[in-house]
Structure formats: structure tokens, C-alpha cells
Design a protein around this ligand. Structure first.
Ligand SMILES: Cc1cc2nc3c(=O)[nH]c(=O)nc-3n(C[C@H](O)[C@H](O)[C@H](O)COP(=O)(O)OP(=O)(O)OC[C@H]3O[C@@H](n4cnc5c(N)ncnc54)[C@H](O)[C@@H]3O)c2cc1C
Length: 289
């Protein structure tokens, strides 16, 4: 049944400080709403439990992309269309901008924010694999202060995160250290657009003296939340790229991923396709040094 707008209260204090005060004074009572592309779908379906909504839309401090020598900071309220339109971001972190182009439709990308994508905590979130292989950190803030944690530690379970009830996700920080890395990202869905991933895989690899010296792999839709594939990385790190290495990495990945059967796909399909994507990434490393 469709939701009733009159059953909800929406306020827009207009600054991060005012929102944090509100969250601190009534813990758990106010739900932040940014672009609303998740929450309004829930509202339309009559399953938006949050009665008090505090808007983050229009808070300029949350909507910025700043690049320095050290890296790039993306405000949590930055939309995916902002990210697609930022040439510096596209040059330094191409996988993230590629993923931004996968979020729903163009209209969706004009509202959907990076912060909303991460806090929503879907195992299929499109921005997550790229952030994981770029060693992203997330900055969380409350009236108690702010803290930075590795994005790989942010998700703690299915749709559960490290965010406390009085905290906002302020920004995502990306270190600039991947220029020399070979990079890969592919999403497999039912269609080429407007499709939630059945499985997605990202990778960054630095090849030195013929061996895979440094590498990161991450996947979406193969576990309760987007995750680094540490054991598969271990099967490759420090090795030359041979058929044997590729085979043992494939075996490690098939052991490591824990997908489920759901309306979009089966667990077995997801495991096999994730392994095939890894194979594709490794093949691309062989053919173009
Ligand atoms: C038609 C359609 C297609 C879609 N396709 C895709 C797709 O292909 N890939 C994909 O990954 N997603 C997709 N989505 C999901 C959605 O667009 C994204 O998850 C989006 O990034 C959510 O951002 P938002 O700002 O709209 O979040 P909102 O709906 O505003 O909020 C989502 C959640 O995050 C919380 N939140 C938001 N910002 C903050 C913050 N700064 N601090 C603390 N909490 C916060 C909210 O309280 C809420 O719990 C699709 C959605 C629709 C409607």
C-alpha cells in the first residue's frame, strides 16, 4: 500500500551542525534523507517506517569534490552526476566514475548521493567495489567529534554499518596512490542499464619485476555486504602471472565468496561469474603490459 505523506515530518535545518544537534538531542528519532532515491521508494511502497526525516539535500558542505596532492575528498551529499562530471576524479579514480554511470538512470544519478549509497548498505551497491580497491576511508561525524575509519570496516552485516544513531557520514577520502596500478571493474546485471548487479568485481594491481606486487580485489553481491576478497588476493600476491597462479586464485575466490539465491540470481551463478570476472581481469593483465 502506498505511503501517506502526512504521516511523516520533514525538516531541513540547512547546516551539518544543526543536523548533528538534532540527531544528538533525540537519538534514533530522526532519519537523514539525502537524495531520497532509497527512502522515497520505501515511502511509495508504504514501508517507510521513519516518521521524522531531516533533509541533507542542499547542504553545500556535504556536496563537494576536492582534490589535492594527497588525494580526493568527496562529500557524502555529492551526487553520482556530480562525480561523472568531475574530470579530476575521472582521471585519478576512473573505476569510481565508471560505477557512478551505472547507478539507475540519468535522472536517478542527479539525486542519488554517494553517502546514501553507502549508508543504505546494499550488498549490490555499485560504488562500493571501487571504493574498496582504492583503500577509501569514510569520515563520520557527531556532536562528539569526527572519526575516520577504513571503508572496508564500515559495513558490519547485512544493511548494518558502523554509523551510530547520532552520526552522519560526512565524506569519503581516497588516497592518491593508484596511478601506476592496472585497474578493472565490471558489473554483470540483467541489462546494461537500470539493473542492480547480480555480481560485480573490482581490482587494482601493481605489477613490478614481473610479479603481482600489490593488489586489491573487491566484489558486490557475493556476501552480506560489499567486501574485499583478501584470501583471493593472497593467492596472487607476490606471484608471476601464470596459468597455475590464475587457477589457484580462481579456486580461492570460489571458496571465499558467499553469495545467496535471490530474485536476481542464484548463488551458484554468482560464484561462477565472479570467478570468470577474475579470470577476465587476469587475462587483460597478460595481454597488455
Ligand atoms: C530506479 C532506481 C534505480 C537504482 N539503481 C541503482 C543501481 O543501479 N546501483 C546502485 O548502487 N543503487 C541503485 N539505486 C539505489 C539508490 O539510488 C542509491 O543507493 C543512492 O545512492 C542512494 O542515495 P540517496 O541520497 O538517494 O539516499 P537516501 O534515499 O536519501 O538515503 C538512503 C539511506 O542513507 C541514509 N543517509 C543518506 N545520506 C546519509 C548521510 N550523509 N549520513 C548518514 N545517513 C545517510 C538515509 O538515512 C537512508 O537510510 C537505485 C534506486 C532507484 C530508485
Amino acid at each position: 500500500m502506498r505511503g501517506n505523506a502526512e504521516a511523516h515530518e520533514l525538516i531541513a535545518p540547512g547546516t551539518v551542525a544543526a543536523v548533528l544537534e538534532l540527531l544528538a538531542n533525540a537519538p534514533g528519532q530522526w532519519t537523514p534523507i539525502a537524495g531520497g532515491t532509497e527512502l522515497m521508494v520505501a515511502h511509495a511502497a508504504g514501508r517507510l517506517n521513519a516518521k521524522k526525516l531531516v533533509s541533507l539535500w542542499g547542504i553545500s558542505d556535504l556536496r563537494s569534490i576536492q582534490t589535492t596532492e594527497e588525494g580526493t575528498t568527496i562529500g557524502a551529499g555529492t551526487t553520482f552526476s556530480d562525480m561523472r562530471g568531475n574530470a579530476e576524479l575521472a582521471s585519478a579514480f576512473p573505476l569510481l566514475v565508471k560505477a557512478a554511470g551505472w547507478i539507475g538512470s540519468i535522472a536517478n544519478q542527479c539525486r542519488a548521493t554517494l553517502g546514501g549509497n553507502l549508508v543504505n548498505g546494499s550488498p549490490a551497491a555499485d560504488s562500493s567495489p571501487a571504493l574498496l580497491v582504492y583503500d577509501a576511508e569514510v569520515e563520520l561525524a557527531s556532536v562528539r567529534g569526527s572519526r575516520r575509519i577504513a571503508y572496508s570496516d564500515f559495513h558490519t552485516g547485512y544493511k548494518r554499518t558502523e554509523l551510530a544513531v547520532d552520526e552522519l557520514l560526512l565524506a569519503v577520502h581516497l588516497p592518491r596512490r593508484f596511478e601506476k596500478h592496472r585497474q578493472y571493474l565490471r558489473k554483470v546485471g540483467t541489462r546494461r542499464a537500470m539493473a542492480i548487479s547480480k555480481v560485480a568485481l573490482a581490482g587494482t594491481v601493481l605489477i613490478e619485476d614481473g610479479v603481482l606486487a600489490e593488489l586489491r580485489l573487491a566484489a558486490a553481491s557475493v556476501a552480506a555486504y560489499p567486501t574485499r576478497l583478501y584470501r583471493t588476493e593472497d593467492a596472487l600476491r607476490g606471484k608471476a602471472l601464470t596459468a597455475e597462479t590464475a587457477q589457484s586464485a580462481r579456486a580461492a575466490l570460489l571458496e571465499e565468496v558467499l553469495p545467496i539465491d535471490d530474485i536476481r540470481s542464484t548463488a551458484d551463478y554468482r560464484r561462477q561469474v565472479a570467478a570468470n570476472l577474475l579470470g577476465e581481469f587476469l587475462e587483460q593483465l597478460e595481454v597488455s603490459p
